[in-house]
Ligand binder design. Structure first.
Ligand SMILES: [Zn+2]
Length: 424
């Protein structure tokens, strides 16, 4: 176990990050206003402290690791605060830097599309020849139907909960989250989520439930994927980090955006990983009692995985294309996107969909859209691709431990995986 680092810089850093957290809490209260002078003052103090710290690219000690991360966190969190003090919206590069996302991750969309669009087209063509069943959306305006739908989904969520307690109880954070968190169906939000304050994991029904032949049905592959993402990823990171006493306060506190980018990378890893666990344990997979046999659920998951990655990369490439362009340049935007769009009508639709997302004063795409790129940071992909099979479990425990910036997460895991710096 590492010694807790208590240098003057870390103590001061903890105090400043605490103030960022207090500011966020203050702004959650009704009718409050951003206290601009206080925010500017706090940003000034963060910069002064950051300037006095040297960032080391390959830390040789836990001390160097923590100090480098403190510097990155102070810089990214102060950029996060700048959205409250600037008189115009943040630009593309400022948003990316606020998330601590590596530019390699942002620049790779086009390369990915170049390599995979042909495969996507072939897969889609094959899938289009298979026979399918109708799917229509659940009429959630009806209380009766919603009640019925909630029961159907609750049963499956309970099965997955049981799978955690029966098969994965020895994994970090599982017992704690089962004790503290409620898993609920959410008919209003279009995205699933976890919330550490309300201790709730919400499963957005919009992508999981559908109607067929008068019955509410569950897309079981999608439910498992979302369960892996929200529960094994986000929720576990929260509970494991809360218990990581060896880490300084600032690494156990959620502020700013940079740790969100890492969090998404962690959760995307576990949304795939949960299928490995089920595949390796056929008894548990059958024990879920799902409607489809697990082999078929797994096949559905594999089929949609490439399509899902395609849509993500295409949307992200679209956002970057728009953000580097201007409102009046629709023709070039559409031409650029057409190069990778299997559906030839998609680019014009995408550009039209964002017609209201331009800032009229600067002519730039509004940052709200650019924020989607937080899903593009890939520190965990880089970490896990270099991990030996016998170290995977240790590495998985490490990525859940602490709220790190993307760069810090890579340093933290690599540092601990080196033989001479074993965590325990
Ligand atoms: Zn997420």
């Amino acid at each position: 176990m590492h010694e807790r680092i208590n240098t003057t810089e870390v103590v001061s850093g903890n105090v400043l990050i605490h103030q960022v957290e207090d500011l966020a809490i203050f702004l959650e209260q009704p009718y409050t206003i951003v206290p601009t002078p206080r925010v500017r003052n706090l940003m000034g103090e963060m910069h002064t402290l950051a300037n006095g710290i040297i960032e080391v690219s390959e830390p040789q000690s836990f001390y160097e690791l923590v100090m480098s991360e403190l510097k990155r966190r102070l810089i990214t969190d102060s950029m996060y605060l700048s959205r409250y003090t600037k008189e115009e919206f943040l630009q593309l590069n400022e948003v990316i830097d606020t998330y601590g996302i590596s530019w390699d991750d942002v620049e790779q969309f086009e390369g990915w599309l170049d390599e995979n669009t042909g495969k996507v087209e072939a897969l889609n063509d094959r899938l289009s020849k298979e026979s399918r069943e109708h799917r229509s959306s659940v009429p959630i305006g009806s209380f009766k139907v919603r009640y019925e739908a909630e029961k159907v989904l609750d049963n499956k969520i309970t099965s997955l909960r049981n799978f955690l307690s029966n098969s994965l109880a020895d994994q970090p954070g599982v017992i704690e989250l089962l004790k503290d968190y409620r898993f609920v169906a959410d008919f209003i939000y279009s995205r699933s989520y976890h919330d550490g304050e309300s201790k709730i994991v919400g499963f957005s029904t919009s992508k999981i439930l559908y109607m067929r032949d008068g019955q509410v049905c569950v897309d079981e592959a999608e439910l498992i994927r979302i369960f892996g993402h929200e529960v094994l990823g986000h929720t576990r990171q929260q509970v494991v980090t809360e218990g990581a006493e060896e880490l300084p306060y600032f690494l156990r506190t959620k502020t700013g955006y940079a740790i969100d980018a890492s969090g998404e990378s962690i959760s995307q890893y576990f949304q795939d990983r949960i299928f490995d666990y089920l595949l390796a344990d056929p008894e548990a997979a059958d024990g879920l009692g799902f409607d489809k046999p697990f082999e078929q659920i797994y096949q559905d998951y594999q089929n949609t995985q490439l399509l899902r990655n395609y849509w993500r990369n295409l949307e992200h490439f679209g956002i970057v294309t728009l953000a580097r362009s201007s409102e009046s340049d629709s023709k070039n935007q559409i031409d650029t996107l057409l190069r990778y769009s299997v559906d030839k009508s998609w680019p014009v639709d995408f550009v039209f969909r964002h017609r209201g997302d331009w800032d009229r004063s600067t002519g730039r795409l509004v940052p709200r859209i650019v924020h989607e790129l937080r899903y593009s940071a890939n520190p965990v992909g880089r970490i896990m691709s270099g991990v030996a099979i016998d170290k995977i479990a240790v590495a998985e425990g490490l990525i859940l431990r602490g709220f790190w910036t993307p760069r810090g997460l890579e340093q933290w895991v690599n540092f601990n995986l080196e033989d001479n710096h074993q965590i325990k």
